[in-house]
Ligand binder design. Structure first.
Ligand code: YH5
Length: 380
Protein backbone atom coordinates (compact mmCIF):
# COMPACT_ATOMS: atom_id res chain seq x y z
CA UNK A 1 0.00 0.00 0.00
CA UNK A 2 2.84 2.40 0.69
CA UNK A 3 3.60 4.59 -2.28
CA UNK A 4 5.73 7.65 -2.90
CA UNK A 5 4.19 10.69 -4.56
CA UNK A 6 6.86 12.70 -6.33
CA UNK A 7 5.64 15.65 -8.39
CA UNK A 8 7.27 14.73 -11.69
CA UNK A 9 5.38 17.42 -13.55
CA UNK A 10 7.09 20.23 -11.62
CA UNK A 11 10.77 21.17 -12.06
CA UNK A 12 12.49 22.92 -9.15
CA UNK A 13 14.19 26.22 -9.91
CA UNK A 14 16.86 27.26 -7.39
CA UNK A 15 15.83 30.93 -7.55
CA UNK A 16 13.15 33.28 -8.86
CA UNK A 17 13.74 33.55 -12.62
CA UNK A 18 15.21 36.81 -13.92
CA UNK A 19 13.70 37.81 -17.26
CA UNK A 20 10.98 35.19 -17.16
CA UNK A 21 10.38 33.91 -20.73
CA UNK A 22 6.62 33.90 -20.27
CA UNK A 23 4.38 32.66 -23.05
CA UNK A 24 1.42 34.16 -21.22
CA UNK A 25 0.83 35.81 -17.86
CA UNK A 26 -1.99 33.34 -17.22
CA UNK A 27 0.78 30.72 -17.00
CA UNK A 28 2.19 32.35 -13.85
CA UNK A 29 0.80 31.24 -10.48
CA UNK A 30 1.43 31.91 -6.78
CA UNK A 31 0.81 29.19 -4.17
CA UNK A 32 1.04 30.20 -0.49
CA UNK A 33 3.14 27.68 1.47
CA UNK A 34 2.43 26.87 5.10
CA UNK A 35 0.49 29.12 7.41
CA UNK A 36 1.06 31.21 10.52
CA UNK A 37 -1.58 32.18 13.07
CA UNK A 38 -2.19 34.39 16.12
CA UNK A 39 0.78 36.43 17.23
CA UNK A 40 3.14 34.98 14.62
CA UNK A 41 0.72 35.93 11.84
CA UNK A 42 0.35 39.44 13.28
CA UNK A 43 4.13 39.82 13.61
CA UNK A 44 4.75 38.65 10.04
CA UNK A 45 2.07 40.99 8.66
CA UNK A 46 3.45 43.96 10.66
CA UNK A 47 7.00 43.26 9.43
CA UNK A 48 5.87 43.11 5.78
CA UNK A 49 6.92 39.43 5.79
CA UNK A 50 3.46 37.94 5.61
CA UNK A 51 0.16 38.14 3.79
CA UNK A 52 -3.35 37.18 4.90
CA UNK A 53 -4.85 33.95 3.60
CA UNK A 54 -8.21 35.02 2.15
CA UNK A 55 -8.94 37.42 5.02
CA UNK A 56 -8.80 34.57 7.55
CA UNK A 57 -6.82 34.71 10.82
CA UNK A 58 -4.09 32.72 9.01
CA UNK A 59 -1.15 34.28 7.17
CA UNK A 60 1.59 32.91 4.93
CA UNK A 61 5.13 34.16 4.63
CA UNK A 62 6.51 31.74 2.05
CA UNK A 63 5.27 31.20 -1.52
CA UNK A 64 5.83 28.94 -4.46
CA UNK A 65 5.99 30.79 -7.77
CA UNK A 66 4.93 28.38 -10.50
CA UNK A 67 5.12 28.98 -14.21
CA UNK A 68 4.53 27.16 -17.48
CA UNK A 69 7.44 27.19 -19.90
CA UNK A 70 7.51 25.20 -23.13
CA UNK A 71 5.14 22.46 -21.98
CA UNK A 72 6.95 22.11 -18.63
CA UNK A 73 6.11 23.55 -15.23
CA UNK A 74 8.72 25.22 -13.04
CA UNK A 75 8.60 26.18 -9.41
CA UNK A 76 10.70 28.51 -7.25
CA UNK A 77 10.15 28.90 -3.51
CA UNK A 78 10.68 32.36 -2.05
CA UNK A 79 9.67 34.50 0.93
CA UNK A 80 6.53 36.52 0.23
CA UNK A 81 8.44 39.84 0.51
CA UNK A 82 11.06 38.66 -2.00
CA UNK A 83 8.32 37.69 -4.46
CA UNK A 84 6.92 41.24 -4.33
CA UNK A 85 10.36 42.79 -5.04
CA UNK A 86 10.98 40.29 -7.82
CA UNK A 87 7.64 40.99 -9.53
CA UNK A 88 8.37 44.71 -9.59
CA UNK A 89 11.86 44.15 -11.04
CA UNK A 90 10.31 41.98 -13.78
CA UNK A 91 8.39 44.92 -15.21
CA UNK A 92 4.91 46.30 -15.18
CA UNK A 93 2.96 43.41 -16.72
CA UNK A 94 4.38 40.84 -14.28
CA UNK A 95 4.02 43.24 -11.33
CA UNK A 96 0.36 43.84 -12.20
CA UNK A 97 -0.39 40.12 -12.62
CA UNK A 98 1.35 39.10 -9.37
CA UNK A 99 -0.19 42.09 -7.58
CA UNK A 100 -3.64 40.98 -8.70
CA UNK A 101 -2.99 37.40 -7.58
CA UNK A 102 -1.81 38.57 -4.15
CA UNK A 103 -4.83 40.86 -3.86
CA UNK A 104 -7.15 37.91 -4.50
CA UNK A 105 -5.14 35.56 -2.26
CA UNK A 106 -5.37 37.97 0.66
CA UNK A 107 -8.73 39.72 0.35
CA UNK A 108 -11.47 38.98 2.90
CA UNK A 109 -14.29 37.04 1.25
CA UNK A 110 -17.84 38.35 1.39
CA UNK A 111 -20.46 36.09 2.97
CA UNK A 112 -21.34 33.03 0.84
CA UNK A 113 -25.06 32.18 0.93
CA UNK A 114 -25.21 34.22 4.12
CA UNK A 115 -22.31 32.35 5.79
CA UNK A 116 -19.33 34.40 7.05
CA UNK A 117 -16.22 33.19 5.23
CA UNK A 118 -13.60 34.25 7.81
CA UNK A 119 -13.68 30.83 9.48
CA UNK A 120 -14.21 27.23 8.32
CA UNK A 121 -17.70 25.78 7.92
CA UNK A 122 -18.77 22.14 7.97
CA UNK A 123 -21.09 21.00 5.18
CA UNK A 124 -23.00 17.87 6.22
CA UNK A 125 -23.78 15.33 3.50
CA UNK A 126 -27.42 14.24 3.18
CA UNK A 127 -27.72 11.43 0.63
CA UNK A 128 -31.18 10.67 -0.71
CA UNK A 129 -30.04 7.79 -2.90
CA UNK A 130 -31.47 4.29 -2.39
CA UNK A 131 -28.07 2.84 -3.37
CA UNK A 132 -25.95 5.17 -1.20
CA UNK A 133 -22.75 3.24 -0.51
CA UNK A 134 -22.14 4.42 3.04
CA UNK A 135 -25.62 4.86 4.43
CA UNK A 136 -26.92 1.67 2.86
CA UNK A 137 -30.16 3.36 1.82
CA UNK A 138 -31.19 3.93 5.44
CA UNK A 139 -32.02 7.56 4.67
CA UNK A 140 -33.69 6.89 1.36
CA UNK A 141 -37.03 8.08 2.62
CA UNK A 142 -37.77 11.76 2.99
CA UNK A 143 -38.48 11.62 6.71
CA UNK A 144 -35.25 9.82 7.46
CA UNK A 145 -33.20 12.15 5.26
CA UNK A 146 -34.71 15.19 6.96
CA UNK A 147 -34.08 13.71 10.41
CA UNK A 148 -30.50 12.96 9.39
CA UNK A 149 -30.04 16.55 8.15
CA UNK A 150 -31.42 18.01 11.38
CA UNK A 151 -29.10 15.75 13.39
CA UNK A 152 -26.13 17.00 11.33
CA UNK A 153 -27.09 20.62 12.12
CA UNK A 154 -27.30 19.69 15.79
CA UNK A 155 -23.83 18.12 15.51
CA UNK A 156 -22.28 21.33 14.13
CA UNK A 157 -22.93 21.55 10.40
CA UNK A 158 -23.70 25.09 9.19
CA UNK A 159 -24.84 23.92 5.77
CA UNK A 160 -26.32 20.73 4.35
CA UNK A 161 -25.59 19.22 0.93
CA UNK A 162 -28.60 17.27 -0.35
CA UNK A 163 -27.91 14.89 -3.24
CA UNK A 164 -30.11 12.40 -5.09
CA UNK A 165 -27.63 11.02 -7.61
CA UNK A 166 -24.78 8.71 -6.63
CA UNK A 167 -21.58 9.95 -8.27
CA UNK A 168 -19.30 7.20 -7.01
CA UNK A 169 -16.84 6.12 -9.70
CA UNK A 170 -18.70 3.91 -12.15
CA UNK A 171 -22.20 4.65 -10.84
CA UNK A 172 -25.20 4.80 -13.17
CA UNK A 173 -27.05 7.99 -14.10
CA UNK A 174 -30.35 8.97 -12.48
CA UNK A 175 -33.08 10.62 -14.57
CA UNK A 176 -33.64 14.26 -13.49
CA UNK A 177 -37.33 13.72 -12.63
CA UNK A 178 -36.41 10.86 -10.29
CA UNK A 179 -33.69 13.07 -8.77
CA UNK A 180 -36.27 15.84 -8.22
CA UNK A 181 -38.65 13.37 -6.52
CA UNK A 182 -35.87 12.39 -4.15
CA UNK A 183 -34.38 15.77 -3.20
CA UNK A 184 -37.14 18.39 -3.37
CA UNK A 185 -39.22 17.25 -0.35
CA UNK A 186 -36.04 16.94 1.73
CA UNK A 187 -34.77 20.37 0.69
CA UNK A 188 -38.15 21.98 1.36
CA UNK A 189 -38.38 20.52 4.88
CA UNK A 190 -34.78 21.39 5.81
CA UNK A 191 -35.02 24.93 4.39
CA UNK A 192 -38.30 25.46 6.30
CA UNK A 193 -36.39 24.58 9.47
CA UNK A 194 -33.92 27.38 8.65
CA UNK A 195 -31.05 25.26 7.28
CA UNK A 196 -28.72 26.61 4.61
CA UNK A 197 -29.13 23.92 1.95
CA UNK A 198 -27.11 23.14 -1.15
CA UNK A 199 -28.28 20.77 -3.86
CA UNK A 200 -25.65 18.37 -5.25
CA UNK A 201 -26.72 18.04 -8.88
CA UNK A 202 -25.54 18.28 -12.48
CA UNK A 203 -29.01 18.74 -13.96
CA UNK A 204 -30.55 22.11 -14.82
CA UNK A 205 -34.14 20.98 -14.06
CA UNK A 206 -33.07 19.76 -10.61
CA UNK A 207 -31.27 23.07 -9.90
CA UNK A 208 -34.38 25.08 -10.71
CA UNK A 209 -36.71 22.84 -8.68
CA UNK A 210 -34.31 22.71 -5.73
CA UNK A 211 -33.88 26.49 -5.52
CA UNK A 212 -37.67 26.93 -5.77
CA UNK A 213 -37.93 24.54 -2.79
CA UNK A 214 -35.51 26.66 -0.75
CA UNK A 215 -31.96 25.60 -1.67
CA UNK A 216 -29.57 28.55 -1.31
CA UNK A 217 -26.63 26.90 -3.10
CA UNK A 218 -26.15 24.82 -6.26
CA UNK A 219 -23.26 22.36 -5.86
CA UNK A 220 -22.36 21.05 -9.32
CA UNK A 221 -19.63 18.42 -9.72
CA UNK A 222 -19.68 19.24 -13.45
CA UNK A 223 -18.92 22.97 -12.99
CA UNK A 224 -22.22 24.05 -14.65
CA UNK A 225 -21.09 22.49 -17.95
CA UNK A 226 -24.23 20.39 -18.45
CA UNK A 227 -26.99 21.43 -20.87
CA UNK A 228 -28.79 24.52 -19.55
CA UNK A 229 -26.98 24.41 -16.19
CA UNK A 230 -25.20 27.77 -16.45
CA UNK A 231 -28.39 29.58 -17.45
CA UNK A 232 -30.49 27.79 -14.81
CA UNK A 233 -27.99 28.67 -12.08
CA UNK A 234 -27.73 32.30 -13.21
CA UNK A 235 -31.52 32.61 -13.39
CA UNK A 236 -32.03 31.00 -9.96
CA UNK A 237 -30.16 33.70 -8.06
CA UNK A 238 -28.60 30.98 -5.87
CA UNK A 239 -24.95 30.71 -4.88
CA UNK A 240 -22.85 28.17 -6.83
CA UNK A 241 -20.06 25.72 -6.02
CA UNK A 242 -18.03 24.94 -9.14
CA UNK A 243 -16.20 21.61 -8.92
CA UNK A 244 -13.57 20.22 -11.26
CA UNK A 245 -14.13 16.77 -12.71
CA UNK A 246 -12.19 15.10 -15.55
CA UNK A 247 -14.58 13.07 -17.69
CA UNK A 248 -17.85 11.71 -16.27
CA UNK A 249 -18.47 9.55 -13.17
CA UNK A 250 -18.73 6.36 -15.23
CA UNK A 251 -15.32 6.62 -16.87
CA UNK A 252 -13.43 9.24 -14.87
CA UNK A 253 -11.02 6.84 -13.13
CA UNK A 254 -9.89 5.20 -16.38
CA UNK A 255 -6.34 6.53 -16.80
CA UNK A 256 -6.84 10.25 -16.11
CA UNK A 257 -3.91 12.38 -17.36
CA UNK A 258 -2.78 15.93 -16.70
CA UNK A 259 0.16 18.09 -17.71
CA UNK A 260 0.27 19.33 -14.13
CA UNK A 261 -2.85 18.42 -12.14
CA UNK A 262 -2.89 21.38 -9.67
CA UNK A 263 -2.42 23.95 -12.44
CA UNK A 264 -4.69 22.27 -14.99
CA UNK A 265 -7.46 22.21 -12.36
CA UNK A 266 -6.72 25.87 -11.54
CA UNK A 267 -7.02 26.87 -15.21
CA UNK A 268 -10.29 24.93 -15.54
CA UNK A 269 -11.79 26.62 -12.47
CA UNK A 270 -10.58 30.05 -13.63
CA UNK A 271 -12.38 29.40 -16.93
CA UNK A 272 -15.61 28.38 -15.17
CA UNK A 273 -15.48 31.43 -12.86
CA UNK A 274 -15.12 33.59 -15.99
CA UNK A 275 -18.03 31.76 -17.69
CA UNK A 276 -20.21 32.38 -14.62
CA UNK A 277 -19.27 36.04 -14.54
CA UNK A 278 -20.15 36.35 -18.25
CA UNK A 279 -23.51 34.67 -17.55
CA UNK A 280 -24.31 37.25 -14.88
CA UNK A 281 -23.32 35.29 -11.75
CA UNK A 282 -21.40 37.74 -9.54
CA UNK A 283 -18.22 36.59 -7.76
CA UNK A 284 -19.95 36.83 -4.35
CA UNK A 285 -22.20 33.97 -5.49
CA UNK A 286 -19.27 31.66 -6.34
CA UNK A 287 -17.08 29.08 -4.61
CA UNK A 288 -14.67 26.55 -6.15
CA UNK A 289 -13.62 22.96 -5.40
CA UNK A 290 -10.73 21.01 -6.98
CA UNK A 291 -12.85 17.81 -6.95
CA UNK A 292 -10.67 15.31 -5.11
CA UNK A 293 -11.17 11.82 -6.55
CA UNK A 294 -13.07 12.98 -9.64
CA UNK A 295 -10.92 11.80 -12.57
CA UNK A 296 -7.68 11.88 -10.58
CA UNK A 297 -5.10 9.29 -9.56
CA UNK A 298 -3.73 9.23 -6.01
CA UNK A 299 -0.67 11.14 -7.26
CA UNK A 300 -2.95 13.80 -8.80
CA UNK A 301 -4.98 14.05 -5.56
CA UNK A 302 -1.81 14.40 -3.46
CA UNK A 303 -0.29 17.04 -5.75
CA UNK A 304 -3.52 19.07 -5.57
CA UNK A 305 -3.83 18.70 -1.78
CA UNK A 306 -0.20 19.78 -1.36
CA UNK A 307 -0.94 23.01 -3.28
CA UNK A 308 -4.48 23.74 -2.05
CA UNK A 309 -3.89 27.38 -1.09
CA UNK A 310 -3.10 28.06 -4.76
CA UNK A 311 -6.86 28.10 -5.43
CA UNK A 312 -7.41 31.16 -3.22
CA UNK A 313 -5.86 33.02 -6.18
CA UNK A 314 -9.23 32.56 -7.90
CA UNK A 315 -10.60 35.09 -5.39
CA UNK A 316 -13.60 33.06 -4.15
CA UNK A 317 -14.19 30.67 -1.21
CA UNK A 318 -12.78 27.16 -1.39
CA UNK A 319 -14.62 23.91 -0.62
CA UNK A 320 -12.92 20.55 -0.04
CA UNK A 321 -14.64 17.17 -0.23
CA UNK A 322 -12.50 14.23 0.90
CA UNK A 323 -14.72 12.48 3.45
CA UNK A 324 -14.41 8.65 3.25
CA UNK A 325 -12.99 8.80 -0.27
CA UNK A 326 -11.19 5.80 -1.74
CA UNK A 327 -7.71 7.36 -1.81
CA UNK A 328 -7.72 7.31 2.02
CA UNK A 329 -8.06 3.53 2.02
CA UNK A 330 -5.40 3.16 -0.67
CA UNK A 331 -2.94 5.34 1.29
CA UNK A 332 -3.54 3.25 4.39
CA UNK A 333 -4.58 -0.40 4.72
CA UNK A 334 -7.42 -0.62 2.23
CA UNK A 335 -10.09 0.26 4.79
CA UNK A 336 -13.73 0.31 3.56
CA UNK A 337 -15.62 3.68 3.56
CA UNK A 338 -17.00 3.43 7.12
CA UNK A 339 -13.46 2.95 8.48
CA UNK A 340 -11.96 6.03 6.85
CA UNK A 341 -12.87 8.64 9.50
CA UNK A 342 -9.34 9.14 10.88
CA UNK A 343 -7.88 9.71 7.42
CA UNK A 344 -10.78 11.99 6.53
CA UNK A 345 -10.04 14.14 9.59
CA UNK A 346 -6.32 14.30 8.74
CA UNK A 347 -7.09 15.64 5.26
CA UNK A 348 -9.79 18.00 6.60
CA UNK A 349 -7.20 19.55 8.90
CA UNK A 350 -4.75 19.93 6.02
CA UNK A 351 -7.53 21.87 4.29
CA UNK A 352 -8.10 24.19 7.24
CA UNK A 353 -4.34 24.86 7.41
CA UNK A 354 -4.59 25.94 3.77
CA UNK A 355 -7.50 28.30 4.50
CA UNK A 356 -10.31 26.10 3.11
CA UNK A 357 -13.62 27.73 4.06
CA UNK A 358 -16.02 24.77 3.63
CA UNK A 359 -15.41 21.08 4.33
CA UNK A 360 -17.93 18.56 2.96
CA UNK A 361 -18.23 15.58 5.33
CA UNK A 362 -20.32 12.59 6.39
CA UNK A 363 -19.10 12.59 10.03
CA UNK A 364 -20.15 16.03 11.24
CA UNK A 365 -19.84 15.59 15.02
CA UNK A 366 -16.31 14.17 14.74
CA UNK A 367 -15.23 16.85 12.24
CA UNK A 368 -16.71 19.60 14.44
CA UNK A 369 -14.65 18.29 17.37
CA UNK A 370 -11.47 18.24 15.28
CA UNK A 371 -12.23 21.77 14.03
CA UNK A 372 -12.86 23.12 17.54
CA UNK A 373 -9.53 21.74 18.77
CA UNK A 374 -7.65 22.90 15.68
CA UNK A 375 -9.11 26.42 16.00
CA UNK A 376 -8.16 26.63 19.68
CA UNK A 377 -4.60 25.54 18.83
CA UNK A 378 -4.49 28.20 16.15
CA UNK A 379 -5.84 30.81 18.55
CA UNK A 380 -9.18 31.69 16.96
C1 YH5 B 1 -16.89 16.85 -3.62
O1 YH5 B 1 -15.77 16.44 -3.35
N1 YH5 B 1 -18.17 14.65 -3.76
S1 YH5 B 1 -20.20 12.87 -4.14
C2 YH5 B 1 -16.67 8.18 -3.12
C3 YH5 B 1 -16.34 7.82 -1.83
C4 YH5 B 1 -16.69 8.63 -0.77
C5 YH5 B 1 -17.38 9.79 -1.01
C6 YH5 B 1 -15.73 5.60 -2.39
N2 YH5 B 1 -20.13 15.57 -4.29
C7 YH5 B 1 -18.03 16.00 -3.82
O2 YH5 B 1 -18.81 12.11 -1.59
N3 YH5 B 1 -19.43 17.90 -4.28
C8 YH5 B 1 -19.46 14.43 -4.05
O3 YH5 B 1 -15.66 6.69 -1.52
C9 YH5 B 1 -19.24 16.57 -4.14
N4 YH5 B 1 -17.13 18.19 -3.78
C10 YH5 B 1 -18.36 18.69 -4.10
N5 YH5 B 1 -18.48 20.02 -4.23
C11 YH5 B 1 -18.85 11.72 -3.92
C12 YH5 B 1 -18.50 11.41 -2.52
C13 YH5 B 1 -17.74 10.16 -2.29
C14 YH5 B 1 -17.37 9.35 -3.35
Amino acid sequence: MMQAFPHPAVNASPALPRGLPLESLAGLYVAPLGSLSSSSAAAALAAGQGWSLAGSPLAFSLCALLWREGGAVWEAVAPFAELLDWSEAEGEAVARHVGGLLQRLGAPRPAFAGLAMDRPHIMGIVNVTPDSFSDGGRYAETGQAVAHGLALLEAGATLLDVGGESTRPGSAEVAPDEEIRRVVPVIRALAEQGAVVSVDTRHAEVMTAAVAAGAAIINDIAGLEGPGALAAAAQSGAAVILMHMRGDPRHMQQDPRYGCAPLDVYDYLAGRVAACRAAGIADQRLAVDPGIGFGKTDAHNMAILARLALYHGLGVPLLLGVSRKSFIGRLSRGEPPLQRLAGSLAVAQAGWEAGVQMTRVHDVAETAQALAVWRALRGF
